[in-house]
Design a protein around this ligand. Structure first.
Ligand SMILES: CC(C)(COP(=O)(O)OP(=O)(O)OC[C@H]1O[C@@H](n2cnc3c(N)ncnc32)[C@H](O)[C@@H]1OP(=O)(O)O)[C@@H](O)C(=O)NCCC(=O)NCCS
Length: 288
């Protein structure tokens, strides 16, 4: 009997950004089936009871795949977790839904995590440091008019109105993803009106190490000097919001000059998505 299946799913990329490790992974159907079959190797006791509670296969897939992706990232980058089995590390959640790591059901692992799933893609972020962030992955697709009216400010909507349908889908997806990653970084999820966050369009033309920058203001949240990054990965938008921490006086330069930040996916399968995206003239899209 093997109690620690090999990491079969090394499909993503991993990177290092001021001690925030990121990975984006997709799981083929046969891998998901294998995860479900061997679920006790991957999930701890409390996670298993949450998993069993879900009835819809899509949610079960999402739940187990995101846990495995996050645990693999943590095992690779956290010295305290290196010798642990995946079922010994659990993702618990605060009443707000904010996730955190527990070891053997009794000890909280220091550091911060954030995760997101969309159409089979799993975006995980882990830092052993005292840094708060939120991440989000969104499939690029058109958003209904009512959605845009309900969740975006007048200024944001005015910008979307200047775009053709392809760029409209791209930028509404991006804007939605930014709001989600900011709200996750603050630990509040969709508990506030997303129109209290306003993204400044057009986006800065500057891109660094393959990541675009986003500027945002908020009428409700105090988010001084948060840094917001975005990138396109094939049919998906990825966003990362890093909050200012009193212990970490980061500057833009420190934050963005790490040369390992944009390490490319090792999996050739992912490369088929890397065609240059359609974009508004004058808006600099991150090169992939
Ligand atoms: C957080 C939220 C913006 C996520 O958006 P989404 O597009 O549905 O889903 P994503 O895949 O991008 O992210 C989901 C992950 O965000 C994390 N998350 C949920 N609430 C969070 C919060 N308050 N702060 C930070 N992260 C949160 C979770 O890990 C979740 O994954 P999981 O359910 O598999 O553990 C949104 O779901 C939300 O506001 N949820 C409300 C929080 C909630 O459910 N509270 C429960 C008590 S009422």
């Amino acid at each position: 009997m093997h109690d620690r299946p090999e990491a079969l799913f090394d499909l993503g990329w991993s990177t290092f950004y001021n001690m925030i490790h990121l990975s984006i992974k997709t799981f083929p159907r046969e891998d998901l089936d294998s995860l479900h079959k061997n679920v006790v190797f991957y999930l701890g006791k409390q996670e298993l009871s949450e998993y069993e509670h879900y009835r819809v296969l899509k949610r079960k897939d999402e739940y187990i795949a995101s846990r495995v992706a996050m645990k693999d990232l943590v095992i690779s980058h956290c010295s305290e977790a290196k010798t642990l089995r995946r079922d010994e590390i659990q993702i618990f959640k605060e009443p707000s839904g904010e996730p955190y790591l527990m070891v053997e059901g009794i000890r909280r692992l220091p550091g911060w995590i954030s995760l997101s799933h969309s159409n089979g893609s799993h975006f995980s972020a882990f830092s052993p440091d005292d840094v708060r962030f939120g991440v989000d992955v969104e499939h690029i697709e058109p958003r209904p008019e009512e959605f845009v009216k309900d969740y975006f400010t007048d200024k944001e909507q005015n910008f979307f109105d200047t775009l053709d349908s392809i760029n409209g889908s791209l930028f509404t997806t991006l804007a939605w993803s930014v709001k989600e990653s900011v709200l996750k970084a603050c630990g509040i999820g969709l508990g506030i009106d997303t129109r209290s966050l306003e993204i400044k369009f057009p986006l800065p033309a500057k891109t660094v190490n393959g990541w675009g920058l986003v500027e945002m203001s908020s009428s409700e949240l105090k988010i001084p000097c948060s840094r917001i990054f975005w990138s396109r990965e094939g049919e998906f938008i990825l966003t990362v919001c890093v909050l200012e921490s009193p212990n970490q006086e980061l500057t833009w330069d420190q934050a963005i000059l790490n040369p390992l930040w944009a390490r490319k996916p090792a999996n050739p399968e992912l490369n088929r998505y890397l065609e240059p995206p359609a974009c508004e003239p004058g808006i600099d899209m991150p090169p992939r």
